[in-house]
Design a protein around this ligand. Structure first.
Ligand SMILES: *Cc1c(COP(=O)(O)O)cnc(C)c1O
Length: 354
């Protein structure tokens, strides 16, 4: 797609928006007598406004992710980035978006808040990407297509060739949520931004990086789209302590933890396959496992009674009687397996039928 075509997708009011200019925007140094922002002059550690452009943080993320800072947006969780793509591209009450189903619930919630119709397209039975059905669900008012790979709650990644076909076939923006990419065998699309001007990639520090409480989500796209998102965001969307702590924590190597989670996932998956109450274990490329069981509500209650909380996804499309189980610490996973084995004995003895 050409720059002009991308520009035509943007809401007219956003195209001409004059963003809020923060007090320190005109001054580039960092020493001086700051009498420009009506802050308290007394040093509490927090008396100054944080950097609205998150320069230090983006410089570090740029090194780690191999993307120029101009193509990185940081938000208050991925949720902020999801909301912003709606506010940048979708005219309330007029435009619509297409999304895979089942997938992450925030796409619909943000659409509903922004008064945007969502056209949910079920995945294929085998959870593969229904590229042609997604494309044919779109019309001239479809601005965005949401996909998620590895997908939540199904756990699988879509082949790069399918994702590529979707991006090339759509005359709008494809939002590719890569929240679980750190656990995946598939490469992130972030190295391929040059090929796809209509692609927005989402990542997060909430999962593999272990910073869910700090609220830091990332979006990568063309400089133009990132500039639009930055213009529409709240000026100080990432608070000062989050910027500081994330910067420090990015020095920690997460690779060993990711390896452990992936090997635990493989072990749990194999054990699950041995139980007779398990009807199907879906392959996972993430840090959770979707499993179809005899009776999801019953097993959910059984585990809860043992103090183990999993996610009951039985009501989700194509997920009848499915639970989504996050991989925990090795000792937590042992407790899970112990509890599942007790359920299995009862199931085998026919205890649940009486
Ligand atoms: C957990 C998750 C996120 C992360 O959201 P944050 O707001 O960054 O915590 C994003 N997308 C999907 C699909 C998720 O499962």
């Amino acid at each position: 797609m050409t720059n002009k075509e991308i520009e035509n997708l943007v809401r007219p009011n956003i195209r001409v928006l004059l963003p809020y200019s923060t007090a320190r925007d005109e001054y580039k140094g960092d020493i001086g007598v700051f009498l420009d922002a009506n802050e308290s002059p007394y040093d509490t550690g927090y008396n100054r406004y944080p950097d609205p452009h998150q320069k230090a943080l983006k410089a570090r993320l740029s090194e780690i992710k191999g993307i120029v800072p101009e193509r990185i947006f940081v938000g208050n969780g991925s949720d902020e980035a999801i909301d912003l793509v709606f506010r940048v591209f979708c005219n309330p009450g007029v435009d619509n978006v297409v999304a895979i189903d089942p997938s992450y619930g925030m796409y619909r919630v943000c659409a509903d808040i922004n008064d945007i119709e969502v056209r949910e397209v079920p995945l294929n039975e085998d959870f593969s990407l229904p590229v042609e059905r997604l494309l044919s669900a779109a019309d001239k008012n479809t601005k965005l297509i949401f996909i998620c790979s590895p997908n939540n709650p199904t756990g699988n990644s879509f082949p790069a060739s399918d994702i590529e076909r979707l991006i090339r076939g759509f005359k709008g923006i494809v939002v590719l949520d890569e929240a679980y990419n750190d656990f995946s065998e598939e490469a992130s699309f972030r190295a391929r931004l040059d090929e796809f001007p209509n692609l927005v990639i989402l990542q997060t520090l909430s999962k593999a990086y272990g910073m869910a409480a700090l609220r830091l989500g990332l979006a990568y796209s063309s400089e133009y789209v990132i500039r639009l998102m930055s213009m529409v965001k709240y000026p100080y969307n990432i608070n000062g302590s989050t910027q500081k702590i994330v910067l420090e924590m990015l020095d920690n190597d997460i690779s060993q933890r990711v390896k452990t989670i992936v090997s635990e996932r493989k072990a749990i998956l194999q054990l699950l396959e041995g139980y007779s109450f398990v009807k199907k274990v879906y392959p996972s490329d993430s840090n959770f496992i979707l499993v179809k069981v005899d009776d999801a509500d019953r097993l959910y209650g059984f585990l809860l009674n043992d103090g183990i909380i999993v996610r009951n996804r039985t009501k989700a499309t194509l997920c009848n009687n499915c639970l989504r189980i996050t991989v925990g610490l090795p000792e937590e996973n042992k407790k899970l397996i112990k509890s599942l084995s007790e359920y299995e004995s009862k199931y085998e003895k026919g205890d649940f039928c009486r």
